[in-house]
Design a protein around this ligand. Structure first.
Ligand SMILES: Nc1ncnc2c1ncn2[C@@H]1O[C@H](COP(=O)(O)OP(=O)(O)OP(=O)(O)O)[C@@H](O)[C@H]1O
Length: 609
């Protein structure tokens, strides 16, 4: 009788004995009597090998399949062994607790110069391999960290960087390395937020390069960032919050600065009040908050607790880190003013002008004060800001000549969209600026090699999927293609070359899916680009174009073809389904409309800069 794993809807897999073979399945009696005897198809039955033993490298198992892989990872996890390999790929499980000695200075020292497999699987072994490979192969190296939100990507990235910045196993970092490491808390303040899955979730992707000279000394670094989640700037809902920096300023900035920025408490701001308005505090930092800084929810329920995040204490650390990066008092004040301006912008509200036959709107009297503060903090004329919010500029062009400029009044909902687009553009430009300043603080004149670490969000699929999910999933589609090419195709070619008789591994080429997104002229990006250049862009027209260009293509479908009931009610001209390598995702184009507004407003911001 064979010991097998059989698929189970509750448990994932259940261990059992295969007792009887049938035509298209088998009878399995689970070893644990709390599970019932069952008949399962062959596709749901997997050889188990020795289920009590755990392996450093999953490839060492006699039978490698979905069930044995999961069993091995689980067995190890319960023994605090959170890492395992699949050849050169490291699998990490988030332990959500500190494991003694796992990342200590001694452990760093131990892993320096050791090949993969010499010591237990570890993120340091991957970093060391990259460091040795640039020496041996004389070629730059990159490490891709991938996984769903909360999987531990950012923590793993930090450990990789710490190892790479460690001075040849001395347990300490040199001055340049120190600056590279200090970039993280600054990026986290502006680019991380509390989500339901992760108190410190990175809402942007990054590629961090550590540059080396010919003698393999660290000479500097460079950070590229991608896809900051802009929708979060203007709305937080339920238990989620917007970016940490807003709460750090409100809860941690000195009283004088808060007064200068006209800051009060989180539930006074439209962009914050619909989400969680409590600060992260420790017992000691909670005492430092005055009642006027706390939202009603914070006063009632107290602070949120996390081992790392503390909004009250963070301000001083952030301010110091920005100074270390070479930012003087006035530059830091400009940064804080811009953050505060976004909050005040969000409080500007509009009302219809009943006597206006063109259906225009104006700023409400109650929010005039917010408009004045926002324009003061942004150092722009309040009337110019007002006009930009309640009207749209139109200029005819004929035969290469530009005609008269006409100000078209906006309706209330259009002005709301315009305000939010402006707030998003201001904040995302600020984020670009922060990254640029970090890069200036870790410059390098010349470098021979670099080790890059890519920390980017994994595949996303929510009930409502917008442009942000579209970009993230496109990126993951490209990464999957890279993986297919680099690992599956390349390995199989190697086996062939070496004359090994290994059965061919079949995988689905996802180039056709990538084409639907990026093909020139008919790809979704191209169509969106075209739509945004039209005098009257509309999401319905854009969606119809997508469907007509890709009609009959397997990769693109109508919302009603989605597996999720909620998507089947979406109209044909309100969304489309893309069948990605990881599954179908229904994107709602009503949401993409904000991108069109974004295009208009980024022009204003660029002019201001
Ligand atoms: N190796 C680890 N040891 C201990 N705790 C960890 C480890 N990795 C992650 N954690 C815990 O899990 C939390 C989430 O991890 P992390 O922020 O790295 O996830 P992520 O994959 O980057 O998520 P997101 O995509 O949302 O940014 C961390 O704040 C930390 O508390």
């Amino acid at each position: 009788m064979d010991t097998v794993w059989v698929r189970d809807t509750e448990e994932g897999f259940v261990l059992g004995q295969m007792t009887e073979l049938m035509e298209d399945g088998a009878e399995v009696i689970p070893i644990d009597s709390k599970f019932s005897k069952r008949v399962a198809p062959f596709d749901d039955i997997f050889r188990a090998g020795d289920p009590d033993k755990d392996f450093d490298d999953n490839c060492e198992m006699m039978f490698l399949n979905e069930a044995t892989l999961l069993n091995n990872i689980r067995k190890r996890y319960y023994k605090n062994k959170i890492y395992s390999y699949v050849a050169n790929i490291l699998i990490a499980v988030n332990p959500y607790k500190e494991i003694p000695e796992l990342y200590s200075k001694d452990t760093v020292k131990k892993y320096h110069g050791k090949s993969i497999g010499q010591l237990a699987p570890h993120v340091f072994a991957i970093a060391d391999k990259a460091a040795r490979d640039i020496r041996v192969l004389k070629q730059s190296q990159s490490i891709i960290v991938s996984g769903e939100s909360g999987a531990g990507k950012t923590e793993s990235t930090k450990h990789l960087l710490r190892f790479l910045c460690d001075n040849r196993g001395s347990g300490s970092a040199g001055p340049i390395e120190q600056k590279i490491l200090e970039a993280n808390p600054v990026l986290e303040a502006f680019g991380n937020a509390k989500t339901t899955r992760n108190n410190n979730s990175s809402r942007f992707g990054k590629f961090m390069e550590i540059h080396y000279d010919k003698k393999f000394n660290v000479v500097g670094g460079f950070i590229s960032h991608y896809l900051l989640e802009k929708s979060r700037i203007c709305s937080a809902s339920g238990d989620e919050r917007t970016y940490h920096i807003f709460y750090i300023l409100l809860g941690g900035a000195p009283e004088s600065l808060r007064q200068q920025l006209a800051l009060t408490q989180p539930d006074h701001y439209n962009y914050l009040k619909n989400g969680c308005t409590r600060y992260f505090t420790k017992q000691s930092s909670e005492q430092k908050l005055s009642p006027s800084q706390k939202s009603a929810a914070h006063s009632k329920q107290g602070g949120l607790r996390d081992t790392v995040v503390d909004d009250v204490e963070s301000f001083a650390h952030l301010d110091k880190a920005l100074s270390t990066m070479g930012m003087g008092d006035s530059e830091r004040l400009e940064i804080y003013s811009t953050v505060a301006a976004v909050l005040h912008l969000g409080n500007i509200q509009f009302e219809e002008i009943s006597e206006d036959t063109k259906g225009g709107c104006r700023v409400t009297t109650a929010s005039e004060k917010s408009l004045t503060i926002a324009s003061k903090l942004l150092a722009i004329d309040p009337d110019e800001l007002r006009q930009a919010l309640v009207s749209r500029v139109m200029q005819s062009a004929r035969g290469g000549y530009k005609g008269t400029v006409i100000m078209v009044p906006l309706k209330v909902y259009e002005a709301n969209n315009a305000r939010d687009a402006l707030a998003k553009a201001v904040y995302s430009k600020l984020f670009d600026y922060i990254v640029q300043r970090i890069n200036q603080s870790i410059p390098f004149q010349a470098s021979s090699y670099y080790i890059g670490v890519l920390d980017i969000a994994g595949f996303e699929f929510f009930t409502v999927n917008s442009f942000e999910q579209f970009c993230i999933n496109y990126c993951n589609e490209k990464l999957q293609q890279f993986f297919n090419e680099r690992i599956l195709k390349y390995e199989q070619e190697l086996y062939k070359k070496e004359g090994l008789n290994v059965p061919e591994i079949k995988f689905v080429d996802n180039q056709d899916c990538i084409d639907t997104i990026e093909a020139p002229k008919k790809g979704i990006f191209s169509l969106l680009d075209e739509e945004s250049k039209m005098p009257k862009p509309s999401y319905q027209h854009f969606t119809s174009e997508v469907h007509s260009q890709w009609s009959g293509n397997f990769r693109l479908g109508l919302p009603r073809s989605s597996r999720l009931q909620a998507h089947r009610n979406i109209r044909d001209d309100e969304g489309f389904v893309v069948r990605h390598f990881a599954g179908g995702v229904c994107y709602q184009t009503v949401r993409i409309r904000s991108l069109l507004f974004f295009c208009v407003f980024s022009t204003i911001i660029n002019k201001k800069n």
